[in-house]
Design a protein around this ligand. Structure first.
Ligand code: WTA
Length: 636
């Protein structure tokens, strides 16, 4: 790649403090974390920086008392009360700005309503809201009470909602009537109505009214009614312990059942606060625009908890980037003087196709740092972003991390003076992150040799476990290699210690940056009356990164047709969520299987992507592969 020559960042920019801070964090970890933790406010000091007695259930800052909502709001009231915490705008250009003190008031009022409805410390509430101000408000209100939120991305549908509510045994669901996408109404409450018929733990559905009258069901209560009665009163903050759960966020793994990743007030709080400063270098006059949805970890950590604890101003946009026009984001950057901009490779690729004229009419000169997250960024997208949005002069922080890691793990760190970029590289590990690349045998790879990325010691932002399933936590993350955390990504490391993350090493897809398991899609497909069996795999897509492809065996009495194909696609979207985008559904009479009856997804993938088949010695019936090949040929 040739963009190296154009990069203004060189070894001379790669200055301390990054190197010194990193070394300190590894060689003198205990002292380092003690110092770092002082930047936040504690109700009561902790005894131990890291409690390893029940490893791998590591607990950070145990014995201490801290509340993340307090650190985001109360702590900032004193010095930043009149500063904007959140700007919100929608597709139509309607907007509001909430100062820290206004946000504090809203959060307290919301917390009072929750309290009056019986929500208390340790209770779970599922939030199913679009990117409206009440989303961060309700999160911060629940956290203030020590209750646990579990946000379900509004692109998920009924079944996904049911599974998550039931696994978390949520007492409450918080929702609204709808959101708008491309000026079309997207129903939300109707989906909750269907879901709560199958979720016995839910006592109340708290409905936030927008510009239409909600149709109320028997468990529904209207937020505005209660809030009016409550008024603005201060609610005492719960002095949660560092190791009390803050939220559960369900994410996809290799089985059909999503994992409830949960994070704690202390470690997650410190990690999101510090990484926000290290990576995005947020200072008091910055405006941070993160285009992610809060329903994913990127929004949890870098719209809400990191930036607000850091006292920054964030911009939330409820809408799509290309409506009403493909310059919607650039319009917002100009209007709000955005200084730090964070988005996904998929979004960049989807905007590239509209050309540069949409950018030229906007003054983007306030920008100083660009970020990328969610999937590996391809060189074309990187170059386009760098040249057209970054004016060939801004650093792009390509941040690698996961729901499980709580916050960014590998990236450039402008906040620590490390602007060093390399084409396609994510960068160097953040302080405290002891990363390496291992071979299948668990030994470090040679430079530039492909292997699995691993994290060799605990870090404060790490997941606390898998909700209701401690064994799965150990099995998924701590068993592939003894004593090290296994993220499930392929990577290489070069001779300078730069990491390049190459993609998932398991059955997890990234469709437009959204994480979804192939088994989850299979489970939904086979719940359709026409489907007997299915195998889902991912194939590369030029814009979305990946899409799902299914090989489907129909039940007797059903015949393949394009209509049925469409029906299956719609069914998956309606049941699981609109985030599932198919690159094809192929009907076959049988799937390739081993003699013991296991579906050989590897072979399905090889056939569909036109690769060589590899070892077929365990294949029971070779005609299954021939048939699949034929079906694909006919189709294309
Ligand atoms: C992938 C999103 C390459 C990776 C924050 C990881 C990335 C998964 C990057 C986690 C990046 C995320 N470069 N790959 N900058 N960022 N990934 O839990 O495969 O939705 O394991 O968290 O996204 O997805 P999740």
């Amino acid at each position: 790649m040739s963009q190296q020559e154009n990069l203004p960042f060189d070894e001379e920019y790669y200055q301390p403090p990054y190197k010194a801070v990193y070394r300190e964090s590894i060689e003198n970890a205990e002292k380092f974390w003690r110092k770092m933790s002082e930047e936040l406010e504690w109700f009561y000091p902790y005894e131990k920086v890291l409690d390893e007695t029940n490893a791998p259930f590591y607990r950070w800052f145990s014995g201490g008392r801290i509340n993340i909502s307090y650190n985001a709001l109360d702590r900032n009231l004193k010095s930043r009360g009149n500063k904007i915490a959140i700007y919100w705008e929608n597709e139509k250009g309607e907007n509001i700005g909430l100062t820290y003190s206004q946000l504090y008031n809203e959060v307290n009022r919301f917390a009072k309503v929750l309290q009056d409805l019986g929500i208390k410390k340790g209770d779970r509430a599922v939030i199913y809201l679009p990117l409206m101000p009440e989303l961060p408000i309700s999160m911060l209100a629940l956290a203030r009470l020590g209750a646990i939120h579990s946000i379900v991305f509004s692109g998920f549908s009924v079944q996904a909602l049911i599974d998550r509510i039931n696994d978390a045994k949520a007492k409450m669901v918080i929702t609204t009537t709808h959101t708008m996408r491309r000026n079309k109404r997207v129903e939300l409450k109707g989906i909750v109505d269907q879901a709560v018929e199958q979720t016995p733990s839910v006592e109340n559905v708290l409905v936030i009214k927008r510009n239409e009258e909600p149709v109320m069901k028997k468990k529904d209560v209207l937020y505005q009614d209660l809030a009016k009665r409550t008024g603005y009163k201060k609610v005492e903050v719960e002095e949660t312990s560092s190791t009390d759960p803050l939220f559960i966020l369900y994410t996809s793994g290799t089985t059909g059942k999503p994992k409830g990743i949960f994070h704690l007030h202390g470690g997650y709080g410190i990690w999101t606060y510090l990484t926000t400063k290290w990576v995005f270098d947020l200072r008091d006059n910055d405006v941070f625009f993160n285009t992610a949805d809060i329903g994913w970890i990127t929004g949890h950590s870098y719209i809400v908890y990191g930036p607000l604890q850091a006292g920054a101003t964030v911009l939330m946009y409820e809408g799509v980037p290309d409506y009403p026009n493909p310059d919607r984001w650039w319009e917002l950057v100009e209007k709000y003087n955005v200084t730090v901009f964070y988005t996904s490779p998929t979004a960049i690729r989807s905007l590239m196709k509209y050309g540069e004229d949409w950018i030229k009419n906007h003054d983007l000169s306030t920008l100083r740092i660009l970020g990328s997250v969610g999937e590996p960024i391809n060189p074309e997208a990187w170059r386009w972003y760098y040249k057209n949005i970054g004016n060939s002069s801004l650093p792009i922080v390509d941040t690698w991390w996961q729901t499980e890691t709580g916050g960014i793990m590998i990236s450039a760190t402008p906040g620590l003076g490390n602007y060093m970029l390399k084409p396609s590289a994510n960068g160097l590990p953040l302080p405290g992150v002891d990363a390496d690349v291992f071979t299948e045998e668990g030994i470090p790879t040679n430079p530039r040799e492909k292997g699995y990325i691993v994290i060799k010691r605990p870090w404060p932002g790490m997941l606390a476990g898998v909700w209701n399933d401690p064994d799965r936590y150990i099995k998924t993350y701590w068993s592939k290699f003894q004593g090290v955390y296994y993220p499930g990504d392929y990577a290489v490391k070069d001779e300078d210690g730069f990491f390049f993350i190459l993609g998932r090493a398991d059955e997890v897809l990234k469709i437009a940056g959204h994480r979804i398991g192939t088994r989850e899609i299979e489970d939904i497909l086979i719940s359709h009356p026409a489907v007997a069996e299915s195998a889902v795999i991912g194939i590369p897509d030029p814009v979305r990164g990946e899409t799902a492809v299914a090989a489907v065996v129909l039940k007797q009495g059903y015949t393949p047709s394009s209509q049925l194909r469409k029906e299956l696609e719609d069914y998956v979207k309606k049941t699981l969520g609109s985030i599932v985008i198919f690159g094809g559904i192929y009907f076959v009479s049988k799937l390739p299987k081993t003699r013991s009856g296991k579906i050989m997804r590897r072979l399905v993938r090889s056939v569909i992507s036109g690769q060589t088949l590899g070892d077929v010695s365990t294949l029971e019936d070779e005609t299954s592969v021939d048939e699949l090949k034929k079906v694909i040929e006919e189709f294309s």
